[in-house]
Write a new protein. Structure first.
Lengths: 691, 65
């Protein structure tokens, strides 16, 4: 295999040198030009050049030297071809499927939050992170699974590290999933609070999905494209009709909810969506959200290329010192956990060891799908960052800062934000709200609304028209809410199965996924777990995102660290110690980031959950009330919530340390062994199977 | 392979879109059944679709945040 690497032609060398020079020039402009705002196209070009070079050179090193992929070796899809789960599939089809499975709300939210430090830190982390960590993780886990019959991350951890670390990691995945569901649901709550237009359109997706479900099952079975077009037309109609709802006070009141009420509605919805038959509600929404997601990402790319916006946010703001209003904490480590998806996302290791390895027809194609797919996601993250950074910084901070910091009226917010150095008038804030058809833009943290305003402005520049901005804004909100809610439904169902499996160990009848009792009990537990954190976010003094997003980031990067530690262990077990740094450096970096962030969330005097709990406890002991608590019970609830977050943070840290211990133990053993000890399936020649 | 031919490009798009929803290629499955399991009944597209729809949400298959 190694001998098969062709020597590059002189023309090829010249081309890559040119790409490197263009990339370096653009990156230089992005990083070094100060004083005058730069155009987003510099950033886009720099990113594309970095992705091309990373793909051409680094992913090839991984393919040829680290994983030693072999195009003559039969893949699981060929060996176990059953026409259903294991099917040799065209590589571009697999690429599309893989990208649709890994792209979600994560890469759209994290970069928007991180924009509070300016666009430069986020950009650099996304570019460096994806090339050396994120894409390496996705690609290597895919490569490992390809050599192990397409087995899952959990299976591979048990086989290569041992039973105990395997089970520990799976508990970690369950907890991570609950946090993911809670924080994503909170993004929807933040976007819909006191927004009758948004709430109406999102609520309308439920009857639309039911209609689609019945159509797909009984009227025209399996015609996904047809029914999705019908669904899309109905969705667009609901966005248009949402304006009528918004302008009619009596009807608008029916869709006007506060954060607590929305949290309860989502919890109830999550329960029903997960116990109802999948064909009725869950599946049709899933189809709609998948197509809308891809369509909207393309729309965002088109808008950025056509509008070519100027980045109004400074390259670096003063909030790199940890005093930022959107999330607290210094650039290190908090930038690296705030932007998780887009740079490196642990969740992808589950997808890369799920359906994708069962579809690849040839090992050589894993590079395009695994490494290339993640580069695409990083590009989505860059686009989200551009959308946020092209907003007026005053508007950005007004939307994303908690009311407790900037006040709850446009006048207070404008005054506070101007005092930070981002000059903005109350009229600019109220004008923006009016343009997008909302009562206020204050306190809309969570990324989705900011991205929606950014997208609406970009699209409005390309396609101007009266009232169009409000329609674009609600379109963007609807699409984000739609695919977040699909994640919540499907995640609740997956969580329910995991809980039933665990509970089944204690009492066998609970394990039967067809039984109504087991089904309902496990669903209630699952919804209760994420619902608790969602409700906690809805009543949080700092607006929830500020508190919960770091927990999500720590958990997601923890899973990435575990996946990369597995890749490190296997590299050593294969006796390829020369290349151990390829997975080991990003693994070590993520371990350092998650442990440091966890430590600061436990012990820092300003930003820790402990400090918040103590502050409220001290006030409660003196009989005082601190905002936003209005009663002694609410004070107590805030104290309890912070203590729960402390326990969770400690648990995550313990998990990382335990997995680190087991990984190091396996590495030392494998290093001493004088032969490869990895558990790969034996080589079967592709030619012997396909004939 | 997606070639320049418009028909095959359309087929590629349909195949990708369906696979994104967890529905693999029906024709490939029918061909597989005929070649390897001639004794089994060939399901209609509707039956095949229902089975795949149930299967997609049965396990711990993922989707990302």
């Amino acid at each position: 295999m190694n001998s098969a690497i062709p020597k590059p032609s002189p023309a090829g060398k010249l081309l890559w040198a040119a790409i490197a020079i263009v990339g370096a020039w653009c990156l230089g402009v992005v990083a070094l030009r100060r004083g005058e705002p730069i155009n987003a196209i510099w950033l886009v070009t720099a990113s594309i050049a970095v992705f091309l070079i990373g793909y051409r050179f680094y992913s090839r090193l991984i393919a040829n030297r680290v994983l030693q992929l072999d195009p003559t070796r039969a893949t699981p899809s060929v060996l176990r071809n059953d026409g259903l789960d294991y099917v040799p599939t065209d590589r571009w089809v697999v690429f599309g499927h893989h990208f649709a499975a890994i792209a979600g709300a994560g890469p759209l939210v994290g970069p928007v939050l991180a924009a509070q430090m300016g666009y430069l830190p986020g950009t650099l982390w996304i570019l460096v992170g994806v090339v050396f960590a994120g894409a390496v993780q996705d690609f290597m886990i895919l490569g490992l699974s390809l050599r192990r019959d397409g087995r899952s991350l959990g299976h591979m951890l048990r086989a290569e590290l041992g039973e105990v670390p395997g089970v520990i990691a799976m508990v970690g995945v369950l907890v991570l999933m609950m946090i993911v569901l809670a924080v994503l649901a909170l993004v929807v709550v933040k976007a819909l609070t006191h927004s009758p237009w948004g709430t109406f359109t999102v609520a309308a997706t439920i009857p639309i999905a039911l209609l689609m479900g019945v159509y797909l099952r009984y009227i025209r079975p399996g015609r996904i494209l047809e029914v999705s077009i019908i669904g899309l037309i109905l969705l667009l109609a609901s966005i248009w009709y949402g304006k009528v709802v918004n302008d009619t006070p009596a009807v608008a009141a029916l869709f006007d909810f506060d954060a607590k009420a929305l949290a309860w509605l989502l919890i109830g919805y999550g329960f029903f969506a997960s116990v109802l038959p999948v064909w009725l509600l869950l599946a049709p929404r899933d189809y709609l959200s998948t197509f809308l997601k891809i369509g909207t990402i393309l729309l965002l790319a088109l808008a950025i290329f056509l509008a070519a916006p100027t980045l109004q946010m400074p390259a670096i703001t003063k909030f790199v010192d940890g005093t930022g209003p959107v999330f607290a904490g210094n650039l290190f480590p908090f930038l690296f956990i705030t932007i998780a998806c887009g740079a490196v996302s642990g969740w992808h290791s589950i997808i890369a060891s799920g359906t994708t390895p069962k579809l690849l027809a040839n090992e050589g194609e894993a590079r395009l799908v695994g490494y290339g797919g993640m580069l695409m996601e990083a590009f989505v993250a860059i686009m989200a960052l551009i959308a946020a950074a092209s907003l007026h910084p005053g508007v950005y901070f007004a939307m994303n800062s908690p009311g407790a910091l900037v006040g709850t009226t446009a006048e207070q917010a404008a005054q506070t934000i101007s005092s930070w150095g981002f000059l903005v008038t109350p009229a600019e804030l109220t004008d923006t709200a009016r343009n997008i058809g909302e009562g206020t833009i204050l306190g809309r943290a969570g990324g989705a609304p900011t991205l929606a305003v950014g997208m609406a402005q970009l699209l409005h520049n390309v396609m101007p028209g009266k009232d169009m901005m409000a329609l674009w804004y609600h379109y963007a909100i609807l699409f984000e809410a739609l695919f977040i809610l699909t994640t919540v439904d499907a995640g609740t169902r997956v969580g329910r199965f995991m809980i039933q499996e665990l509970a089944g160990m204690a009492w066998a009848p609970l394990k039967q996924t067809e039984s109504w009792l087991g089904n309902v009990v496990a669903t209630v537990i699952c919804v209760g777990l994420w619902g608790y954190f969602l409700y906690q976010g809805a009543v949080d003094p700092l607006g929830g995102i500020n508190t919960l997003w770091p927990l999500f980031g720590i958990a997601n990067q923890m899973l990435a660290a575990i996946a990369l530690m597995l890749a490190t262990v296997v590299t050593v077990k294969l006796k390829r110690e020369r290349y151990v740094l390829v997975p080991a450096v990003p693994a070590a970096w993520l371990v350092i980031c998650t442990l440091t962030a966890g430590w600061q969330k436990l012990f820092d005097e300003k930003i820790s959950f402990t400090a918040a709990a103590n502050k409220y406890a001290a006030a409660a002991a003196e009989g005082k009330l601190l905002a936003p608590a209005k009663t002694a019970e609410e004070m107590q609830r805030i104290i309890t919530n912070n203590r729960v977050d402390m326990v969770l943070t400690g648990l995550f840290m313990l998990l990382v340390l335990t997995m680190l211990f087991f990984s190091l133990r396996s590495i030392v053993r494998a290093w001493k062994a004088n032969r490869p000890t990895a558990q790969e399936e034996p080589y079967v020649a592709l030619s012997s199977v396909t004939g | 392979m997606a070639t320049m031919h418009p028909g095959s490009l359309w087929r590629w798009a349909v195949q990708t879109a369906r696979l994104c929803c967890g529905v693999p290629d029906y024709d490939v499955y029918v061909k597989h059944l005929r070649e390897h399991h001639p004794d089994r009944a060939v399901p209609s597209y509707g039956e095949f679709f229902r089975e795949r729809q149930e299967a997609r949400y049965r396990g711990t298959g993922g989707r990302c945040c």
